[in-house]
Design a protein around this ligand. Structure first.
Ligand SMILES: Nc1ncnc2c1ncn2[C@@H]1O[C@H](COP(=O)(O)OP(=O)(O)OP(=O)(O)O)[C@@H](O)[C@H]1O
Length: 609
């Protein structure tokens, strides 16, 4: 039986690891937990209560557990009736010298056990000769050696669990389509394949990328119309796939009522927290394949855990498997020791086919904490005029955007000018969306002088000046909004972006992208809890892409140091397809790249062999 103490879990966190949005419920979490424990045992060990306070705070930051100090009298804790060991029904669990809230321990240990079992449960091995021939056909154009996409496809065909990790443009989707096609070719029936992503936006991007990828493969004569029809174009959100239920943290699909599918593909897997990943794996039917796609270097999930990072911590092919992959791919695949039971299932793509230029170089340098490279990339830009021409891939404003006297409005308005022009011209909702997605302002913080709130305020004030919005008017044509929570009755989800546009009678509607590639509209009155979204936090931008990203990086005294990290800057920069504007002092950028976020979790250790 799973040990659950729902009352001891923190409420759903909302961008907690940015530390900006304080949830009132959360302030009381640590004291509520302590009260509960004291009521159960008035003589609870003092050091236990001290660590519980830390655990409550840590869980708000996204940690799954805290380390138990070496000198702890664990026997006294276990005798207190508050702490148990794995399998006990207690509010707290001590395991592997870590203290957990019971439910997180259950999620973590269960997920690790299930992933280990999936790694051992290999599907019937494909016929080598046939597979080698298919691989050669599908990668006939490849001049790469090693070709990581080819190796990933070949490896994944032998696996029930595959984790494909790569930065932007490394060909995760391209690899996936080849993999699904080959799975379908080697199956004697039509496979039931489901495509899912954490947010509606990410699901739509996945859908668009898959249908583009299918067309590319078909043009090369590698995908017949019949096969193409067997690979779905439709992607859904993970919540919808699992079956969200109103007012419940449980989904309709779980271990006792699994999904009906043969292959589940989950994109943007780094956004998935521990609880959700555990529920997802629970809901898989026996023998179904799970393919996770994501970028392990991006920010971890908003909720607790760093599942993608933990899963990818160790990787490497055994000598036998490496030899097999060498035979099948015709390339040299070196074996390497991996201490993880799922190390062979971590398939990393190394070469970016989209970012050959400065954006990719900067993203890699930030990731590697390569300060010299970062400075070299930023240096030429310092010579650029304060208001650059706008066609450079990297633009740098070397000042604190939160300092007084900084005029944020000019670049903001310039960036959104095509969007306002499309709104004024009453362009179709799809065209207005395209204009809006060409530029986005990102900030790490919600409040402060260079925050999301400030940018939204500045732009809205400018719109008043330009006569495009009446003072204090909440709804106006051109207002972009962000849905901050799941609104199941409207089929809208946390993070969805809508655009307010006037119809031919002047009536305002909020348009949202629809799953068929068009848009659908909702009356503003039905959306009581939305936020203006000219700017958004870097956390919320995950799963989205924009042609041009302007990233504001406030200095420490303006809230920057609390939240800036390598993962945050990397995630923000890699949202940009063509152009990045960085607005922050060099020391802020370099110190962020020195600071990686480490989340306390025992998942990687539980996966060790
Ligand atoms: N092996 C390859 N050779 C040439 N071009 C490639 C190759 N693989 C991918 N591409 C091209 O690179 C671009 C990005 O590929 P793809 O969309 O598969 O990457 P991704 O990792 O899924 O990207 P994203 O960052 O959007 O998740 C596409 O235009 C694709 O056609």
């Amino acid at each position: 039986m799973i040990n659950t103490f729902t009352t001891t879990l923190p409420p759903i966190a909302n961008e907690t690891n940015t530390g900006e949005k304080i949830d009132v419920e959360k302030i009381d979490f640590s004291s509520a937990l302590l009260d509960l424990l004291r009521r159960k045992n008035p003589n609870a060990p003092v050091d236990l209560l001290g660590l519980v306070t830390q655990l409550a705070k840590a869980s708000e930051r996204g940690d799954v557990c805290v380390d138990i100090p070496a000198q702890t009298d664990l026997a006294a804790w276990l005798a207190s009736g508050l702490v148990g060991e794995a399998g006990d029904f207690m509010p707290l669990i001590a395991s592997h010298q870590r203290l957990y809230l019971a439910r997180y321990h259950a999620y973590e240990s269960r997920l690790a056990a299930q992933l280990r079992a999936m790694a051992l449960d290999a599907p019937p091995a494909p016929d080598e000769a046939a597979l080698a021939a298919h691989v050669q056909t599908f990668f006939a154009e490849s001049h790469e050696n090693p070709d990581w996409q080819k190796i990933a496809v070949t490896a994944a065909l032998h696996q029930r669990l595959s984790i494909v990790s790569g930065g932007p443009g490394t060909g995760k989707t391209t690899t996936l389509i080849k993999l699904l096609t080959l799975l379908q070719i080697s199956s004697d029936r039509v496979l039931n394949i489901a495509l899912a992503a954490p947010t509606g936006k990410a699901a739509m991007r996945m859908q668009a990328a898959i249908s583009q990828g299918k067309q590319d493969l078909a043009k090369k004569g590698l995908l017949s119309a019949a096969l193409a029809a067997q690979i779905p174009d439709q992607a859904t959100t993970l919540h919808r796939l699992l079956g969200s239920q109103f007012n419940s943290v449980q989904f309709r699909h779980h271990a006792a009522r699994p999904l009906v599918l043969d292959v589940l593909v989950l994109d943007e897997a780094s956004m998935i927290d521990l609880a959700l990943m555990s529920k997802l794996v629970d809901a898989l039917p026996p023998q179904a394949r799970l393919i996770l796609l994501g970028d392990k270097d991006q920010l971890a999930s908003v909720e607790a855990g760093a599942v993608m990072g933990d899963l990818c911590e160790e990787s490497g092919f055994s000598p036998d498997f490496a030899a097999k992959l060498s035979r099948l791919t015709g390339q040299v695949v070196e074996p390497s020791f991996s201490a993880s039971a799922i190390g062979e299932h971590v398939l990393t793509l190394h070469k970016s086919y989209r970012f050959s230029g400065v954006i990719g170089e900067l993203a890699r340098a930030i990731n590697a904490g390569d300060l010299r490279k970062i400075s070299a990339l930023l240096l030429p830009a310092t010579r650029q005029p304060a208001t650059p021409a706008g066609d450079e891939a990297l633009i740098w404003y070397p000042s604190n955007p939160a300092a007084s006297g900084q005029d944020l409005s000019a670049p903001l308005l310039a960036g959104y000018a095509p969007f306002f022009a499309a709104v004024a011209a009453k362009a179709s909702p799809s065209d207005v969306f395209a204009a809006f997605d060409a530029f986005r302002v990102l900030s790490p913080v919600r409040q402060g002088a260079a925050s999301v709130a400030r940018v939204n305020h500045l732009i809205e004030a400018q719109l008043v000046k330009q006569g495009l919005r009446m003072n204090d008017q909440v709804w106006y044509a051109g207002r972009p909004v962000l849905v901050p929570q799941n609104l199941y009755d409207l089929a809208l989800y946390n993070g969805d972006i809508g655009l307010t546009l006037a119809d031919e009678h002047g009536k305002l509607w909020v348009h949202f992208p629809a799953s068929d590639g068009g848009t659908r509209k909702v009356a503003p009155a039905r959306l009581p809890a939305v936020e203006t979204a000219f700017a958004m936090t870097v956390h919320k931008s995950q799963g989205s892409e924009f042609a041009h990203v302007l990233l504001l990086l406030p200095s420490p005294n303006d809230g920057g140091n609390r939240v800036l990290s390598r993962e945050l800057v990397y995630t923000a920069i890699t949202r940009a397809r063509q152009q990045v504007s960085l607005w922050g002092e060099e020391s802020i950028i370099t110190s962020a790249s020195r600071k990686g976020i480490t989340r306390q979790s025992g998942l990687a250790q539980r996966l060790l062999t």
